[in-house]
Design a protein around this ligand. Structure first.
Ligand SMILES: Cc1cc2nc3c(=O)[nH]c(=O)nc-3n(C[C@H](O)[C@H](O)[C@H](O)COP(=O)(O)O)c2cc1C
Length: 322
């Protein structure tokens, strides 16, 4: 997610789950071909497995960028066919590619020929006011013929005329049944459900509540705003034993990464901004958020800011009720 799932966020999320598949922000082909690649693509092996999401629609450029992504150590390459922003539309990629399934198939085929890691597509169920299921099914079938075996589907349309990107994540109605239906029709293709998921229980019931089980779920905003939910991922979805860890244990795990980044010159606030929701709904949660927001962006801020915020939460938790 743009401006969110940068490498600092992903290291933090990896401290919460060893198995969740994490995604990069969308990186455009133009940026990779002409920009600072290490800055755009570099990541810490600790974050793995990480999927690199590309934005583009030129098959040759995408093939080159997929290869570069593979060389950087990404686990999969994903093509963005869901972003509705004007900037992305004017570059003829993102959600507007839902109208060009043959081109998307060509892009997938070119990327697949260039790499040996999986190439996947993240799409919507449609664009603009057309509510029908058939164009979505045709899109999937055409892109599958280009070699895509895994689709992550944000189960709402994007209205490219008149809604902002933010509105396009909330206003078009969710149609989970489109994803369940296509899985039934194409059981050998993998489908991951995304969009508006509010809990693991809800996600698990949507996965199994259809004739053929879906292949996974993707959490976006919930995982970012309430990262503690990631601590259940390994046991719920990957058959790992339940680990008795606390939020403070997770932070203890993250502290050495913070220290390493600070030593490399990264500002503390770039890391702590992803941690603000860790204690959401918990005693001390507001203190945590406020302390980090007030102190982490100061020029000299170091790891002691996080340690003090942890101490404040801990004392709020252990303080006897008045
Ligand atoms: C700030 C923000 C940035 C996003 N950036 C991307 C992106 O770069 N690529 C992408 O495929 N989806 C992006 N999304 C969409 C999410 O991946 C997800 O599809 C959408 O928010 C619906 O899922 P959710 O309800 O679980 O958040 C972004 C969402 C938000 C809120």
């Amino acid at each position: 997610m743009m401006e969110m799932t940068d490498r600092f966020c992903r290291v933090f999320h990896r401290c919460l789950s060893s198995h969740a598949l994490l995604y990069s922000e969308m990186v455009t082909c133009n940026a990779i071909l002409h920009g600072d690649r290490d800055y755009l693509l570099g990541f810490d092996a600790f974050e793995s497995p990480v999927v690199l999401q590309l934005g583009g629609s030129d098959p040759a450029d995408l093939a080159i960028c997929a290869k570069i992504g593979e060389q950087y150590g990404y686990t999969q390459i994903n093509l963005n066919v869901g972003c509705p922003s004007d900037r992305v539309q004017s570059g003829r990629f993102g959600a507007c590619l839902m109208a060009e399934p043959a081109l998307v198939a060509e892009c997938v085929a070119a990327m697949k020929a260039a790499v040996s890691i999986p190439v996947t597509v993240k799409c919507r169920i449609g664009i603009d006011r057309n509510d029908a299921y058939e164009p979505f099914a045709e899109f999937v079938s055409t892109v599958h013929s280009g070699g895509c075996d895994l689709f992550i589907v944000h189960a709402r349309k994007a209205w490219l005329d008149g809604l902002s990107p933010k509105e396009n994540r909330d206003i078009p109605p969710l149609r989970y049944e489109f994803v369940q239906k296509i899985k039934q029709e194409m059981p050998t293709v993998s489908f991951v459900l995304n969009g508006g998921l509010q809990s693991h229980d809800q996600a698990e019931s949507l996965v199994s509540d259809c004739a053929v089980e879906l292949d996974g779920v993707m959490f976006g905003r919930l995982a970012y705003k309430s990262p503690w939910m990631l601590s259940e991922v390994d046991s719920r979805y990957f058959s790992q034993p339940v680990r008795q860890v606390s939020r403070l244990d997770v932070l203890e795990r993250y502290l050495p990464h913070i220290e390493k980044e600070l030593a490399a010159g990264t500002k503390l606030g770039r890391m702590t901004r992803h941690m603000l929701g860790l204690f959401q709904g918990q005693p001390g949660g507001r203190l945590w958020r406020r302390y980090l927001s007030e102190h982490a962006w100061k020029p000299e801020a170091g790891v002691e800011v996080v340690i003090e915020a942890m101490r404040q939460v801990e004392s709020a938790t252990t303080r006897p009720a008045a």
